[in-house]
Design a protein around this ligand. Sequence first.
Ligand code: PHE
Length: 343
Amino acid sequence: MKERILEEIGKVNDLKASEINDVENIRIQYLGKKGLLNDLFLEFKAAPSQEKKEIGLLLNELKIAVQDKIEALREAVVSEEESGVEKDDLTKPSTEFTLGSRHPLSIVRNEIIEIFSKVGYVVEEGPEIEDDWHVFSSLNFPPEHPARDMQDTFFVENREDGNNAVLRTHTSSVQVRVMETQKPPIRIIAPGRVFRNEAISARAHCIFHQIEGLYIDKNVSFADLKQNLLYFAKEMFGESTKIRLRPSYFPFTEPSAEMDISCNLCGGKGCNVCKQTGWLEIMGCGMVDPNVLEANGIDSKEYSGFAFGMGIERITMLKYNVKDLRLYFENDMRFLKQFTSVY
Ligand code: PHE
């Protein structure tokens, strides 16, 4: 009986049981509830008890053989279907796939990089886990400066020599890394993540992004700084954008300034975003303090330079009118899907 059944199933194979449904029908015919095998098992119940052991063994053997045969048939059909080119319907529309989009912060970072590379700046990077020297000391921060406080800075490791490991609080540390390894002329921008011990709100976050700029050469003046920043403001926010520099203070620049752009939403007339002033603050800047040049082995009598630093979140907020910083980090698709760009 076993041979006969296997032969029968084999014949179906020869007949090119080409569809998985055919295989299923065969399975039902032999192994289904009302199939042949089940009938045999029912009959087996009535067999004389001294013969049960022998018949039982044979029956099981038969069942396994049939299962194997049908499984082999199924595999043959499936692999034929997969490889069978002529079975594909080439006129079927393809399945839809959605393209991802860049994060708004990446878009704006890339745009800023593009603008500065057009006038000769090259991108440099530095570590996010820094030390006191690169974040503070070499940048002319006095020992008691409040930025060195635990309230502002994340400390990673306290070291005996005082050169503690910290998460960088600004990308100005990359200025130092570059001055250590390159000789002027230097013209770099450094995008990257920075960390400050701030409570998270719509206007502040403990992680954010900055872009730093540094230019050192002979005879670099404040006029060069102004012109570079005006060029950037016009490229980024439109040809009619004006800039304004207000005196400010940073330990590593002298003189220092805060740069405002004319409000790109109201054109300077005054609105909610610029709080009726017509101006938006976008970055800090200044002439590199001679102490910083000297601390990094650059002769401050021969060379001068300027530096600037801006927050990418802030620029992105102004560019796209984003009102809450937290949106950048929540990865809500409804927010992210709105941004498309060539950058
Ligand atoms: N590092 C400063 C900050 O984080 C910005 C800055 C950079 C200011 C370079 C002047 C020059 O606020």
